[in-house]
Design a protein around this ligand. Structure first.
Ligand SMILES: [Cu+2]
Length: 246
C-alpha cells in the first residue's frame, strides 16, 4: 500500500532501498504507537485523583529499560540487516562481470550538462574554453576520440537493462543529481568526481532533479530522463551521430 505513494521503482536496486525505507517507517510507527499508549497509561494511572501524595522514587519496574532496549535492538537490526548492506552495495563499484555504459554529468546553475562517449566508448578531450550554446560540455572535435562524442543539455537517454555509471561533478556549487524512479541521489561537488550507478529495468520518461538548494533557479534545474529499449537506444545513437556530421 505504502509503495504506491513512492515514485515507480524502475531500477534493479530500487526494491532494496524501498525495503529499507518501509522498514524504517514501520519501526517509527511502532515506536509512535508505543509512546502514545504509554502516554495515555501515564495520564490515567498517575492522575491527581489516584495519587494525592507525589511519589519521588521513580520507576520501580524494569519495563522502561526493556522498552528502550527493544527500540535500540530494532534500530540495530534495521542498520545491520537492511541499511548497511544496502548502503555498501550502493557505494561499491558495479559488478566486474558487467560492462557498464559510462556517462559524465556536470551540474551548473541551473542545468545538467551530459557527455556521452559515443559508439567508441571513449570520452574525447574537453576544453572549457569551447563551451557554448551548441557545445554544453566543451567537446574538442579536433581530438580523434571526441569526434563521436555527444554533448547534450538536460537530456539523459539510456537503454533499459544496461548498467550505467554516472561520473558526476559540478562547475559552480554543490548540486544533487536525483533520479527518483531509479532511486538515485548523488551530490555533484565542484573540483571532485563522484560516481553513482544503476540498472534501469523499466522504460519510461521521467525527470532529472536537483535535490540540493543551489541558488535562485534551483526549482528549474530539471532535466529529462528517457529509458528506452535497446533498439530505441541504438536508433537514438544513430540519430545523434547523424546530427554531428550534418
Ligand atoms: Cu542544483
Amino acid at each position: 500500500m505504502i509503495e504506491r505513494l513512492l515514485p515507480v521503482a524502475a531500477s534493479a536496486h530500487a526494491a532494496t532501498l524501498d525495503a529499507v525505507l518501509l522498514g524504517i517507517h514501520w519501526h517509527m510507527l511502532l515506536i509512535f504507537a508505543g509512546w502514545l499508549v504509554l502516554f495515555i497509561v501515564i495520564l490515567i494511572k498517575f492522575r491527581h485523583g489516584a495519587n494525592p501524595e507525589p511519589r519521588q522514587a521513580g520507576a520501580r519496574t524494569r519495563w522502561p529499560a526493556i522498552a528502550i532496549g527493544g527500540v535500540i535492538l530494532g534500530d540495530v537490526l534495521i542498520l545491520t540487516t537492511q541499511a548497511l548492506p544496502a548502503w555498501s552495495a550502493r557505494v561499491a563499484p558495479p559488478p566486474a562481470a558487467v560492462t557498464p555504459i559510462e556517462v559524465r554529468v556536470t551540474g551548473e546553475q541551473f542545468a545538467w550538462n551530459i557527455h556521452y562517449p559515443g559508439p567508441d566508448g571513449i570520452f574525447g578531450r574537453t576544453d572549457n574554453t569551447l563551451i557554448g550554446a551548441s557545445n554544453p560540455v566543451g567537446i574538442d572535435r579536433e581530438d580523434a576520440a571526441a569526434k563521436d562524442d555527444i554533448g547534450l543539455l538536460n537530456i539523459l537517454t539510456l537503454p533499459v537493462d544496461r548498467t550505467v555509471v554516472i561520473r558526476l561533478t559540478s562547475r559552480d556549487v554543490v548540486h544533487s543529481f536525483t533520479l527518483n524512479e531509479m532511486r538515485v541521489k548523488q551530490d555533484a561537488v565542484p573540483g571532485m568526481t563522484t560516481r553513482t550507478w544503476f540498472t534501469p529495468t523499466v522504460t519510461g520518461d521521467w525527470e532529472i532533479a536537483c535535490s540540493q538548494l543551489c541558488g535562485l533557479g534551483h526549482y528549474r534545474m530539471r532535466g529529462e530522463l528517457h529509458i528506452v529499449t535497446a533498439a530505441g537506444w541504438a536508433q537514438w545513437m544513430t540519430d545523434e551521430q547523424a546530427r554531428l556530421t550534418r
